[in-house]
Design a binder for this molecule. Structure first.
Ligand code: LLP
Length: 448
């Protein structure tokens, strides 16, 4: 199994059956049905620890819940000592339901409502990341009504073009997140937060994008945000009760967001997180010294790099069809029992995936193939273009690696599909974490 894509616990037995953490995938398929998502707990924890080590301690790493969150995952994150980044009232509710300490939660969102902000302040979340002028005023009012002072960060868009898909690049100027640095909006937001009696500004945040491989983007963003920090300290420090020094101590957090790229196919290399962290921390030190600001505490918010490689989706092949694409040239379409409802990423971002037969060895000759889902849409493709042994057929099981991030998190009920079960594997044992959705679940929401 390609170790750069599949979970650390994945291996192929002598009979060709693939196991994860010692549990044969066909056994899981048999017991829980397909499609089924298999999550390797040790893989998740290992990556959480690697990131914690790379960034100088688990408290500096916020797991980005949007990649995938359940109560159990929130508990793993807590046990590993990491902090948590949530981006909606729902994610916050799951974290709190798991007993995740609110003080280690950072809250994102470009359209936080009054009830959501109230929930944040009441729960005592560590930081709310301000995203708009209206939110600044609303949060100040909400905190005041509750008699609290809410720590906040200001989300800055430093105008860095991340080289990733347009929909997941978030730091360029013309988009919905944060306060632009170039226009002066970020400085004004910091000024506003410092004047707001019920807010306590503790630092700055930026996020250049997701599935990023070019580490220079992080460094450039950090440099620009530190430039803004220097301007804030120089211009607003003299008017601050503690002076420039006191303000510098207060604005100690530099949160650089998430985005570390992972390998989805055997040919790709994941971003070397330890190396990037080393460079990033050294660069932040150097920029801070150069701009005359004290060295900030660097925080990061990886989601994909922790949960992405930890899970595999197992599907069963139901239909095989050879489709003529040119005179005498065929493409074999293998349809599986899931698709864009459990993984929209190929349709949305042209994402590529690594597919393996997981129930046996095959000796068939390779044929040009495409793995498609069961949805009523021709763009319902899981793997666009691959070579598969000619004998792979109906009833075979196909595993898709690196399916942990933004697959279930972005799943839907398109065609009234019931979402897959999620099974956690650890030390040779499998246990159900999320049961398969049923048609009764879907019907239960209809009120007539
Ligand atoms: N922090 C902030 C403020 C973010 O907006 C994001 C991702 C993260 C952290 C985590 O990024 P990660 O480390 O997971 O790359 N649905 C897309 C990804 C959208 C990411 C949105 N924000 C996908 O499937 O590729």
């Amino acid at each position: 199994m390609p170790a750069n894509v599949w979970p650390v616990g994945a291996a192929r037995q002598e009979d060709g059956v693939v196991t994860v953490a010692g549990v044969p995938l066909p056994e899981i398929a048999e017991e829980y049905g397909t499609p089924v998502v298999v999550l390797d707990e040790a893989d998740f924890r290992l990556r959480a620890r690697q990131l914690a080590r790379a960034f100088g301690g688990p408290e500096h790493v916020h797991y980005a819940a949007k990649a995938y969150l359940t109560r159990q995952i929130a508990r793993w994150v807590d046990e590993e000592g990491l902090a948590l980044d949530v981006a909606s009232a729902g994610e916050l509710a799951i974290a709190l339901a798991a007993g995740f300490p609110a003080g280690r939660i950072t809250v994102h969102g470009n359209n936080k409502t009054r009830p959501f902000l109230t929930q944040c302040v009441r729960a005592g979340v560590g930081h709310v990341v301000l995203d708009s002028p209206g939110e600044l005023d609303l949060l100040n009012a909400v905190a005041g009504e509750l008699g609290r002072v809410q720590p906040v960060l200001v989300r800055v868009t430093p105008g860095v073009e991340a080289h990733t898909h347009e929909f997941i690049a978030t730091s360029h100027e013309d988009q919905k997140f944060g306060f632009s640095l170039a226009s002066g909006a970020a400085f004004a937001a910091a000024h506003g937060a410092l004047r707001a009696p019920n807010l306590r500004l503790e630092g700055l945040h930026c996020h250049v994008g997701s599935q990023v491989f070019d580490a220079d983007g992080f460094a450039l963003a950090a440099q620009r945000v530190l430039g803004l920090l220097a301007k804030i300290l120089d211009e607003l420090g003299p008017g601050h009760p503690g002076g420039r020094e006191g303000l510098a101590r207060q604005l100690s957090i530099l949160d650089l967001g998430g985005g570390f790229g992972i390998a989805y196919t055997a040919e790709e290399d994941p971003l070397d997180v330890a190396g990037v962290a080393r460079d990033m921390l050294a660069q932040v030190s150097a920029y801070a010294a150069a701009s005359g600001v004290p060295e900030p505490t660097v925080m990061v918010e990886p989601g994909r790099a922790i949960v992405g490689p930890a899970a595999v989706t197992v599907y069963e092949v139901g239909t095989v069809k050879d489709v003529a694409i040119e005179e005498g040239i065929f493409r074999r379409y293998l349809a599986v029992d899931g698709g864009m409802s459990d993984n929209i990423r190929p349709a949305l971002y042209d994402a590529n995936y690594d597919a393996r037969l997981v129930n046996r060895f095959t000796e068939g000759e390779a044929v040009a193939a495409r793995i498609v889902g069961s949805h009523c849409e021709s763009g319902d493709i899981i793997v666009h273009d691959l070579l598969l042994p000619a004998d792979v057929g109906v009833g075979d099981l196909i595993g898709i690696g690196a399916a942990g991030a933004y697959c279930l998190a972005m799943s839907s009920n398109y065609n009234a599909a019931c979402r897959p079960a999620v099974v956690v594997v650890r030390g040779g044992e499998a246990r159900l974490m999320v049961r398969r959705e049923t048609i009764e679940d879907l019907l239960a929401r209809e009120v007539d």
